[in-house]
Write a protein that binds this ligand. Structure first.
Ligand SMILES: Nc1ncnc2c1ncn2[C@@H]1O[C@H](COP(=O)(O)OP(=O)(O)OP(=O)(O)O)[C@@H](O)[C@H]1O
Ligand SMILES: [Mg+2]
Length: 672
C-alpha cells in the first residue's frame, strides 16, 4: 500500500513514542495498519506482542481485516486488535486470581446499572429520573477519573456531594455482591491493578511490547492512564488523533491528553499529515472553514488530493416526513443516474430518534438499509431474555438476570413468591438462585410455589452440568428448546410474523455462540468456553450494536458519533437545524464547540458529494415547532452551498402528491 513521505516517516519510527496529529481523512488509520505490518515484517516483532486499540468494534474488525490482508497467512496470529474496553476485559479475565474475584462475573450495561441505582435509592430519590441520571453520570465521571468511593467521600464539600459519594460506595458494594462490573470498571479495574501491582504490570508490559491507539483524542483519563501503565518507561507506542474530532467530552474524553502526552513523554516524536485522500476539494474546504471557528491548540493544515467536486446542496423540506421523502427520492434518482450501490450512501443524524422516519420511508420504498446503534440487536427483548438465561447459567449470583427470566415463559412463579425468596436471600446474604435450594426456605414458601421455583432452578443446574461436561453448545440449544421460549414468543407476539422475526434473532444469537465456542468468530483468538462467550457477548452488547452485515448492499444510517473514522461516497447530513445540531443542551449551556466538531466529523465522512437537509417544521413533544437553519450552515462558505429555494405557491397537498409521484416514477424506472 502506498504511503506519502510523512506517513512513511511515522510508520518507520519505531524506537520511541510517536504521535500522529492530523485532520480527517489524512490517512492516520492507514498509518496504524501499515505500522503493524511493518513491525511484524521488518522489525522482528511477534504479532502477539503488538496491541492496537480503536474505539468501536466495527473499526476493530476493519483494522484486523486490513492488517491480515497485508500479512502472509498466520503472521498475524495473536495480534490484539480491540477496543479499550475489550482490552480491559481481557486483562481482568487473565488476572482474575490476583483480583480475587470469582470467574463468570457479569457485565452490567447502563440499564442494569441504572436498575441497581434505583434499588439503592428507592427511599431517597424515589425513582426521580433526572436525579438518577445525574447520579449515574457522577459515578461514571468518578470512575473515568480513577476516583474510588473513599476518595470521593473525602473530597465532598456539601450534603449533596456526600449523598452522591455514599451512593457510589453502596453501588460498588452491590456490584461486588452481584459479582459484576459496569462499563467504566472495564478500564478502571485493570488500570488500578497495573498501577498498584508491579508483577502484573511486568507481565503485561512483556506481553504488549508495542501499543498503537487510533482516535486518541477521545481517550479519557483512565484510558490514558491505562496506556501509560502498559507502555511503561519503554514508551514504545504510536497514537494517532485529531483534536478537531474530539466528540466524547461527555464521557470524560480529554483532548488535553494530546498535550499531556508531550509532557509525559519528552522524547515524543510528532508527525503531521497534511494531505487528505478522502474528500473532494469542496467538502474539505467547507470542513476547514467551519472548524476554523473553534479555537485551536495545534496548527493543522489539510489539502485535498482530489478534484474540487460538486456543489454542496441544502434541501429545505416542509416537515420531517417531507425531509425523509426528499432524501429517499434523491437517493433513488442519484443511484439510478450514477449506477452506484446502496451501500455508497450514508444518512447521518445527531440523535437516534431522528432515524425512525427515514427508516419508514426506506422501508416503504423497499430500499435495504442498516441502522448502526439505536434499537440495537441486543436491545431487543428476546435477545435480552436469552442473554439473561445465559448470564444466570454462568453466574447464578446475577439476581438481575435471574429476575428477568424466572417467569419468562410463565412458570407460575408470582411476585409474592419472589418477594419471599428475595427476603430470604437477603437475610442469608446469598443470591436468589442459591436461596431457592435451601431447606430453610420451606418456612417461607410452601407447596406448589416451592415446587415451581425449584423445578426451574434445578433445570438450570442440569443445564450447567451439561455445559460443564463439555457440551456447552448442546446446553444452550436445550435451554432454548426446553424453556418453551419459542411457543411463548408465538403466544405473546402481536403477530405470527413478528414472532418469526424474533425467533430469527434468537437463532442469530445462537449462531454467534456456536461460532465463539468453536473459535471461528472474527474476534476469537481461540475457542472459548461458555463463560467467556457470555462475557464477550455482553461486551458486544454494551459496545455496539448489531448484527453487522458489513458486506451487504444497504444504505447506512447512523448517528454522527457512530460515523467517526468511517467514509462514504455520498453523505446526507439531515436535521441541520438549531436545537438538533447544535443540540439544544449545548445551546442552553452556551457552548457549541463540541457540536461544531461533530458537524466537522460528519462533513469529513463524505468522499464525493454531500447534501444537507432540514425541515422547516418539526414535531416536538407532540407540538409542531418552527425551526431555524443550523448556525453551522451559515458558517459554511457561501459559494460552495446551493440553498434550495422553496416554491411557496405549491400547496402542501400538491407537494405531497408530487413527492409521491416522483418516487413512484423512479421506482418504475428502476424496475424496468
Ligand atoms: N498515501 C495514501 N495514498 C492514497 N490513499 C490514501 C493514502 N493514505 C490514506 N489513504 C486513503 O484515504 C482515506 C482516509 O484514510 P484514513 O481512514 O486512514 O484517514 P484518517 O486520518 O484515519 O481519517 P479519520 O480522521 O476520519 O479517522 C482512506 O480511504 C485511505 O485508504
Ligand atoms: Mg481514522
Amino acid at each position: 500500500m502506498k504511503l506519502n513521505p510523512a506517513q512513511q516517516e511515522a510508520v518507520e519510527y519505531v524506537t520511541g513514542p510517536c504521535l500522529v496529529l492530523a485532520g480527517a481523512g489524512s490517512g492516520k488509520t492507514r498509518v496504524i495498519t501499515n505500522k503493524i505490518a511493518h513491525l511484524i515484517l521488518n522489525c522482528g516483532y511477534n504479532a502477539r506482542n503488538i496491541a492496537a486499540v480503536t474505539f468501536t468494534n466495527k473499526a476493530a474488525r476493519e483494522m484486523r481485516e486490513r492488517v491480515n490482508q497485508t500479512l502472509p497467512k498466520g503472521k498475524g496470529r495473536g495480534l490484539i486488535v480491540s477496543t479499550f474496553h475489550t482490552l480491559g476485559l481481557e486483562i481482568i479475565k487473565k488476572e482474575i486470581k490476583t483480583l480475587g474475584i470469582k470467574s463468570g462475573f457479569s457485565l452490567f450495561d447502563d440499564q442494569d446499572s441504572m436498575a441497581l441505582l434505583k434499588e439503592l435509592t428507592e427511599k431517597t430519590l424515589q425513582g426521580d429520573k433526572d436525579k438518577l441520571r445525574l447520579l449515574q453520570n457522577q459515578i461514571s465521571n468518578w470512575k473515568n477519573d480513577l476516583v474510588l468511593p473513599e476518595q470521593a467521600k473525602k473530597h465532598t464539600t456539601n450534603n449533596d456531594e456526600v449523598f452522591l459519594a455514599e451512593c457510589y460506595e453502596k453501588y460498588n458494594r452491590l456490584l461486588a455482591a452481584y459479582n459484576a462490573f459496569d462499563f467504566d470498571d472495564l478500564i478502571l479495574v485493570p488500570t488500578l491493578l497495573l498501577k498498584q501491582n508491579e508483577q502484573v504490570r511486568d507481565r503485561w508490559q512483556q506481553r504488549i511490547r508495542y501499543l498503537l491507539v487510533d482516535e486518541y483524542q477521545d481517550t479519557n483519563s483512565s484510558q490514558y492512564e491505562l496506556v501509560k501503565q502498559i507502555v511503561g518507561r519503554r514508551g514504545l507506542f504510536t497514537v494517532v488523533g485529531d483534536d478537531d474530532q474530539s466528540i466524547y467530552s461527555w464521557r470524560g474524553a480529554k483532548p488535553q491528553n494530546l498535550v499531556k502526552l508531550g509532557e509525559d513523554f519528552t522524547r515524543l516524536k510528532l508527525v503531521k499529515l497534511e494531505d487528505n485522500y478522502r474528500s473532494c476539494g469542496r467538502v474539505l474546504h467547507a470542513a476547514n472553514i467551519l472548524i476554523a471557528n473553534n479555537p485551536h491548540v495545534y496548527d493543522k493544515k489539510l489539502k485535498s488530493n482530489m478534484e474540487y467536486g460538486e456543489i454542496l446542496r441544502v434541501i429545505v423540506a416542509k416537515n420531517e416526513e417531507n425531509e425523509a421523502e426528499r432524501v429517499v427520492a434523491e437517493l433513488i434518482s442519484h443511484r439510478f443516474m450514477k449506477k452506484t450501490s446502496y451501500k455508497d450512501y450514508a444518512i447521518l443524524y445527531r440523535g437516534n430518534h431522528q432515524a425512525r422516519v427515514f427508516e419508514k420511508m426506506l422501508m416503504t420504498n423497499r430500499i435495504p438499509y442498516k441502522i448502526s446503534g439505536g434499537q440495537s440487536f441486543f436491545a431487543r427483548s428476546e435477545i435480552k431474555d436469552i442473554m439473561a438465561y445465559l448470564r444466570v447459567l454462568v453466574n447464578p449470583d446475577d439476581d438481575n438476570a435471574f429476575l428477568r427470566i424466572v417467569n419468562v415463559p410463565r412458570r407460575e412463579i408470582g411476585p409474592a413468591t419472589l418477594e419471599k425468596l428475595g427476603q430470604y436471600a437477603n437475610m442469608r446474604h446469598i443470591s436468589m438462585f442459591a436461596a431457592s435450594f435451601e431447606l430453610g426456605l420451606e418456612q417461607q414458601l410452601t407447596g406448589k410455589r416451592l415446587v415451581n421455583l425449584q423445578r426451574f432452578t434445578r433445570w438450570l443446574v442440569e443445564l450447567d452440568d451439561q455445559s460443564q461436561r463439555g457440551e456447552p453448545l448442546e446446553a444452550v440449544r436445550d435451554l432454548i428448546k426446553q424453556s418453551g421460549y419459542e411457543e411463548w414468543l408465538y403466544e405473546t407476539s402481536p403477530s405470527g410474523k413478528a414472532a418469526e422475526m424474533r425467533m430469527k434473532n434468537v437463532s442469530q444469537l445462537f449462531g454467534w455462540i456456536s461460532g465463539m465456542l468453536k473459535g471461528d468468530e472474527a474476534e476469537c483468538i481461540e475457542p472459548m468456553n461458555l463463560k467467556e462467550v457470555v462475557t464477550r457477548l455482553t461486551l458486544r452488547e454494551m459496545m455496539e450494536q448489531g448484527n453487522d452485515e458489513d458486506e451487504a448492499d444497504q444504505v447506512q444510517l447512523m448517528t454522527l458519533h457512530a460515523s467517526k473514522g468511517l467514509e462514504f461516497p455520498y453523505v446526507f447530513m439531515v436535521g441541520m437545524e438549531e436545537g438538533l445540531l447544535p443540540h439544544q443542551t449545548s445551546i442552553d449551556e452556551g457552548s457549541d464547540e463540541e457540536e461544531r466538531r461533530l458537524a466537522y466529523v460528519g462533513i469529513t465522512r463524505a468522499q464525493h458529494e454531500l447534501i444537507f437537509t432540514m425541515a422547516k417544521e418539526r414535531r416536538q413533544f407532540g407540538e409542531l415547532i418552527k425551526t431555524e437553519p443550523s448556525r453551522f450552515l451559515h458558517e459554511l462558505p457561501v459559494d460552495d452551498l446551493d440553498w434550495e429555494v422553496t416554491k411557496r405557491k405549491q400547496s402542501d397537498e400538491q407537494r405531497k402528491e408530487k413527492g409521491k409521484a416522483h418516487v413512484a416514477n423512479l421506482m418504475s424506472m428502476l424496475n424496468k
